[in-house]
Design a protein around this ligand. Sequence first.
Ligand code: ATP
Length: 198
Amino acid sequence: MIKVGITGGIGSGKSTVCKEWEKLGAVVFYADDVARELMVSEPALRQKLTDAFGPKTYKADGSLNKAHLIEEAFKKGRVQELNAIVHPEVGRAFQKKSEEVADEGKNLIVKEAALLLNKGRPYDLDVVVIVLSESKNRINRVVQRDGVTREEVQTRIEKQPDFDQLLHLADYTIVNNGSLDQLKIKASELYQKVIPSD
Ligand code: ATP
């Protein structure tokens, strides 16, 4: 079985690529969604986060206090600390999911994550894909999708890596500056290239 990582900046189109691949039969592990789930459902992780960021990390009803965590991690410069706590759990969950998918006889799993190449190329992935798109397109798309301001998207872009500088870590690049249909065609063509032919 091969493990494929798909990454790219905010609004680049990586989820759209993954959705196309799902239609073609791929199992996709959305790392950011899994991280959010584990932060609520995993007792050991809850404890570590509470130890690091204080008892306000969770609300009385047990849900994650996002405003507190954003304040502590993003505004006080502790994002790396947050990632160091959460990412190993996500890595374990991906490993577990990969084993389940392999046991089902499937030959490909995809990990979609914005933070995939921050420590270089991950040792547990066979193929890495970067989705690239010009920032003006990304800003327009995210403003439309999330109803946020252009400035907010710009700030988020500035906090992410410049994926143009990480192309040496990727096996394939999808450039998404055309239409949505063109992106879907590119996604489907790449899927045919990477899917093992057995
Ligand atoms: P994020 O990191 O914010 O989750 P993403 O990289 O996963 O973003 P998508 O969610 O795939 O990006 O795309 C962002 C938005 O832009 C979506 O609403 C998607 O439908 C739209 N979109 C993506 N590519 C195009 C395109 N080429 N033309 C028009 N809209 C697009």
